[in-house]
Design a binder for this molecule. Structure first.
Ligand code: CO8
Length: 263
């Protein structure tokens, strides 16, 4: 698992950096979820660490979201484990005692956007020449629906009406548009995203942690409790939606489209 995710720690600043290295696009497979959760847990166990930066080893893609191959023609046991580990990562990152800063240098669609939304602060690379990163929950664009816990995260971040529009249309935003609706907190040039994320993490690491974590939980505890209480139902809904013939057809068509784009 360690090849998928690497962790660097700096005791002096109290900041850990998690780099996602599942090439080419950091799609979120079962193993990727497990590796990310394990790495968050191990950082949390070190009391000297107060913050983390989440970044990608591929500067043009933060994460392409759920690994669609996990959902196309799936093995039922693996599908259950896959979704359960997705829920777990949401709980681990969104509910972490660590202050988390997303360094978004490249695309962050769907569950890639969830990774960013689960952090406390989002810094995105600006559009430069041919590099035009996008972020958002684009599920409806290919005929699937964001799960309730993910939709709620968007509502809690950008507000109800913008989230309704965003979810219905499956909008992927440019960095400036994402900044305008509050989906990201800062847009900076690509070569300073990581540095800026580290500075921000160091700053967050210096806030008295008991007060910082309590404040974070004031905002997040209801959503977290809601998923904890509804995990089984959420899993059943996902599995039945995923195995539905129409969903499978949409997914297969989307995968073919993705693969044939470059031909
Ligand atoms: N899963 C699996 N494989 C992927 C994914 C993915 N999400 N994204 C890309 N790939 C594959 C491509 O098929 C391609 O494979 P190959 O080399 O074999 O042809 C390879 O990765 C490289 O991809 P691209 O050539 O497309 O790379 P680009 O740099 O041109 O583009 C992008 C990168 C922009 C990330 C582009 O690949 C893309 O748009 N990917 C799809 C992103 C997406 O729509 N993700 C949504 C996933 S669904 C989700 O996260 C939440 C669903 C929750 C609800 C589920 C209820 C059922």
């Amino acid at each position: 698992l360690s090849d998928l995710v690497s962790t660097d720690i700096d005791i002096e600043t109290g900041v850990a950096v998690i780099t996602m290295n599942y090439m080419p696009v950091n799609s979120l497979s079962l193993e990727m979820f497990q590796a990310l959760s394990a790495s968050i847990k191990s950082i949390e166990q070190d009391e000297r660490l107060q913050a983390l930066v989440l970044q990608s080893g591929n500067p043009s893609i933060f994460s392409a979201g759920l690994d669609l191959r996990e959902m196309a023609d799936p093995d039922p046991d693996r599908l259950n484990a896959f979704w359960t580990s997705f829920q777990q990562l949401y709980l681990d990152l969104y509910g972490s005692r660590l202050a988390s800063i997303a360094a978004i240098e490249g695309h962050a669609p769907a569950a890639g956007c969830m990774l960013a939304l689960s952090c406390d602060y989002r810094i995105m690379s600006e559009t430069e020449d041919k590099h035009a990163p996008t972020i958002g929950l684009n599920e409806t664009q290919f005929g699937i629906v964001a799960p309730p816990f993910l939709a709620q995260q968007l509502i809690d971040t950008i507000g109800r009406r913008p989230a309704e529009l965003s979810l219905s249309l499956g909008t992927l935003y440019s960095p400036d548009d994402a900044m305008a609706i509050g989906l990201v907190d800062e847009v900076v040039s690509r070569d300073v995203v990581r540095q800026r994320a580290q500075e921000t993490a160091s700053q967050w690491a210096r806030i008295p942690s008991v007060a910082r974590v309590a404040s974070k939980m004031l905002i997040r505890q209801d959503a977290i409790a809601s998923l904890k209480q509804n995990r089984e139902k959420d899993l059943e809904q996902f599995v039945s939606f995923c195995l539905d013939e129409r969903t499978q057809k949409n997914l297969q068509a989307y995968l073919v489209k993705l693969t044939s784009r470059k031909k």
